[in-house]
Design a protein around this ligand. Structure first.
Ligand code: UT7
Length: 329
């Protein structure tokens, strides 16, 4: 039973949709090649949800596994947070839809939008809400159906992303890895670097937004790449400094799974061997808010992370947003 007074991860689970599409298959419909995608990103394949599956359905599968892993009953959950940029619809929240699909009580539910940093932002928010004493067991999900906002005529983006979900149950009552610390930041000065321009209040849906392909994800890859490396490094250092922890004491780093070249640069800049980074982007591509919980769940359930290991999670995404979290197993 928890004695430290810190929020713990009681259980974690993930879900990857059944349909696997490798680079060669993609190159049948997109002007690209397995060689380009592999060498520029490290991605080999990704998973795509079926037409019938919405983000809440992906969330449902991951949430069921996390709740089973945590050995908690639906009636024990009193808070649901879903981090996503591909909600089932603009409103109501995917968290509300998930609450019903899971058969939970009429507990507080909301979505959190911080793009690829969303899951780590949601851990910070859930920890604060649990620490207030007003909530006991939170279900925190990172889930995306990125294929629903991909522009299949834009080869610079459509080869990069995939669908998936990861979920964790958090509480101060019970056993599990401890959340030691959080750091979140953002820079909203240049939103167009990575965005979905159409469909919001700035540019409501119209015939023009559809013909102008404004409902798809747009990204300035080169600029995002440069910011990602710089900001992920500083985000790691800030959190470690706050907690007086040396980078050498970190056993595992779970980075946002966008591009293997970003991970390699981060490894060099932090002077941490690549072997300490857990990566599954070769099999999932970039799943945005689902990326960290998917990777963390795999790392935990494959027994790669041992008791007492110190784990640093670090994310970066549209906004721009960034976030890092320290977990003691
Ligand atoms: O999750 C949020 C965070 N997102 C990221 O972190 C993504 C960050 N950015 C990246 O990962 C990289 O910038 C990309 C993978 C998106 C692009 O890699 P790059 O090395 O920066 O390539 P580039 O954009 O400079 O393009 C190089 C060339 C271009 O041709 P030219 O102009 O040199 O003739 C592109 O037209 O590669 C071409 N190209 C492609 N060729 C084959 C771009 N996309 C493709 C493609 N297949 N899919």
């Amino acid at each position: 039973m928890s004695t430290s007074g810190r929020t713990r991860i009681l259980g974690i689970g993930s879900y990857g949709p059944e349909r696997v599409v490798n680079n060669n298959q993609l190159s049948n419909t997109v002007e690209t090649s397995d060689e380009w995608i592999r060498t520029r990103t490290g991605i080999q394949e990704r998973r795509f949800a079926s037409d019938e599956q919405a983000t809440s359905d992906l969330s449902l599968e991951a949430a069921k596994k996390a709740m089973e892993d945590a050995k908690v009953l639906p009636e024990e959950i009193d808070l649901v947070l879903v981090a996503t940029i591909t909600p089932d619809m603009a409103f109501p929240s995917t968290a509300c839809i998930l609450q019903h699909k899971l058969g939970l009580n009429k507990v507080a539910c909301f979505d959190l939008e911080a793009a690829c940093s969303g899951f780590l932002y949601a851990l910070d928010v859930a920890d604060a809400m649990i620490s207030s004493g007003r909530y006991s067991k939170a279900l925190v999900v990172g889930a995306e159906k990125m294929s629903s906002i991909m522009d299949w005529e834009d080869r610079t983006t459509c080869v990069l992303f995939g669908d998936g979900a990861g979920a964790a149950v958090l509480s101060r009552d019970g056993d599990g890895p401890e959340l030691l610390g959080f750091y979140c930041g953002a820079d909203g000065s240049n939103p167009s670097l990575l965005c979905q321009p159409g469909g919001g209040s700035a540019l409501p849906a119209s015939a023009d937004t559809i013909t102008g392909r404004k409902h798809f994800l747009k990204m300035n890859g080169r600029e995002i790449f440069k910011s990602a490396v710089r900001v992920m490094e500083s985000s790691c250092r800030k959190l470690l400094d706050q907690h007086n922890i040396a980078i050498e004491d970190i056993n595992h780093i779970i980075p946002h799974q966008a591009n293997m070249r970003i991970v390699e640069s981060l490894s060099q800049r932090l002077n941490v061997p690549l072997g300490k980074f857990y990566c599954n982007l070769d099999r999932f591509g970039n799943t945005s808010a689902a990326s960290i919980p998917l990777a963390l769940s795999e790392a935990v359930h494959s027994q790669r992370i041992k008791p007492n290991d110190l784990c640093l999670l670090v994310a970066f995404g549209a906004g721009l947003t960034w976030s890092s979290t320290l977990v003691r197993f």
